[in-house]
Design a protein around this ligand. Sequence first.
Ligand code: ADP
Ligand code: MG
Length: 729
Amino acid sequence: MSNLRFKVVGEAFAKKPLEIVTPEERPSDYFAKYVFNKQKMFKYLPAKVYAKMCDVIDNGAPLDRAIADEVAAGMKKWAMELGVTHYTHWFQPLTEGTAEKHDGFVEHDWKGGMVEEFEGKLLVQQEPDASSFPNGGIRSTFEARGYSAWDPASPVFVIGDTLMIPTVFISYTGEALDYKAPLKKALRAVNKAATDVVKYFNPEVTKVQANLGWEQEYFLVDEGLYSARPDLLMTGRTLMGHDSAKNQQMEDHYFGAIPSRVAAFMKDLEIQALELGIPCKTRHNEVAPNQFELAPIFEECNLAVDHNMLIMSLMKKVARKHGFRVLLHEKPFAGINGSGKHNNWSLSTNTGVVLHAPGKDAESTLRFITFVVETLMGVYRHNGLLKASIMSATNAHRLGANEAPPAIISSFLGKQVSDTLDQIENSKTDELITMSGKKGLKLDIPSIPELMIDNTDRNRTSPFAFTGNRFEFRAVGSEANCASAMIALNTAVAEALADFKVRVDEKIAKGEQKFSAILEVLREDIKTCKPIRFDGNGYSDEWVVEAGKRGLDIEKSCPLIFDRYLDKASIDMFERMNVMTAKELEARNEIKWETYTKKIQIEARIFGDLAMNHIIPTATRYQSSLIDNVCKLKEIFPADKVAKLSANNLELIEQISEHTAFISANVEQMIEERKKANKIASEREKAIAYHDNVAPMLETIRYHIDKLEMIVDDQMWILPKYRELLFIR
Ligand code: ADP
Ligand code: MG
């Protein structure tokens, strides 16, 4: 029999790695080559338009339509010098990834020829047909229109022959149909609330920005092998496959030497990313074989989110050029580590202070503690919502396993910060501060030098860990749009800071000193949010019990976790902070449940197909060859010998029958469960049915398929095995 699997392996390995591109310039020379950033604006825009654009970008001033034409003209000139012929609004609908619709610059010149045009109104607004994007029922058919609007805070860039314009995507009735619109609102909220609070300490501050540094994990698989795995192709993960004899137990991959074929891919990717203004910095092997990580230097959150979306699509493109496929799924392979996307997050002021970095004197130490405690307050109050913000059908495979953050949100602070909070909690205000002269504050708590919080003081099991000058939200999935987590986190912290200010101001109004008012409110909050602080092992069973007692959210079912978006506390928070309305939240949840169902449905279908037309026929064919062997033994040996000689094969024949019988009966049963679930009208109930009744069957059936993989002749097994998929040579 011609064996597809070996043909594919052969072809793939015969492919030579592409040459490594070694440009003569340094990264700093070609950084942002294809980005219309301030430098390009300065060159291509009239001085007064440039000044106005700086105000729009730096201070969020409204974009004056009158200058849009001049900005568009400058952009067009720059883009055409790069050979650009098309433009597109680039947005982030509530599916995965990004969306774009290209239009040419060309127009009739009405003299029989064509002319390149790009007017301001095309830059500022477009009307993509919104009806085919998920909207959760926001638009009834008579208003099936949406529009995309330019986000000048994220610069336009060029990919190939196209000018890409980052935009928000909104329905005609004003509801957000994307991630960017609510993210920008959440960032506005946290800017306002944090600026108000920081003014207690630094009255000169006029703006606070949220920073995001994401760390993108991913797997690479040889393209030929990938194509021979319909499950990888359709769902992004292997739905079956026995453990490889060697996987990550030797711990030899993490930070190991990068295979040369992979190094060539990484280098190519980095150059292209740098040209698009993504400040790539770190690359290394991850824990699992074929798993890698890429991280840029942190940036303003809105821009960082766009850059992450961009890098995910860039990775896919560059990987194909190198004969790879990139897997962004959170758990492509059972039994080995999954992929996450740590979101390193902090707040900083327009005066250059990182508010989550320890201070150097009493006042800045108190400011630091204020921002740490109010961050914890936000995370504590909305821990269920934060979990919902990172939850998906795919990330659910990763959370709670012994390699990823547990499915309970808690925060690790490290000994020094923890001790400081305990000290404030257990003392009286006048023991801590002494007012002296103009300076006004002497804080009797040890200052926390930044360097002292070293790398050893880390807890890898914590989903929300303080790491020296930032918090690291580790539960975010590798495939996710970071915006989802960032919307929830920034809004929750904005709300906590706003509440903090109200209470401090009340005390000040009653005549209390500013710093003692701050300390008193902090003491209250340290007590309130204590349940979120956890320095122990997040994977232990005791923690689940303990977290439940503390009132933290311990729900594990993905469709039920989505309910947290519709809790009264969540709706109140999003509405108060002007980020999303109840109507938007409800619509978005419909999409979440629907997406969950579709994912499991697709997995179940492809799984059923593979089981019935790949696995069972192969196993049966092998079984027939065993039967044939037993029959022939009978022909050539006397009866008393045959029994002994065919014992092993008879045993295998029986095992194969048992496994295949189980598989076909259960695939049928799974189809029945799907039929039942499909009849349910409510998206929520349907998703629950898929979670409870369909998804678990994939696991039970898989067990038998993986057993067959160990029995059936390797030459006959059609699907590439884990040991082939996981080791790039
Ligand atoms: P790790 O040791 O966790 O791999 P790295 O040193 O690689 O961490 O940094 C991870 C990310 O955190 C990088 O993107 C880095 O720029 C970012 N980062 C560093 N400081 C901050 C900060 N104050 N706020 C937000 N992100 C930060
Ligand atoms: Mg990290």
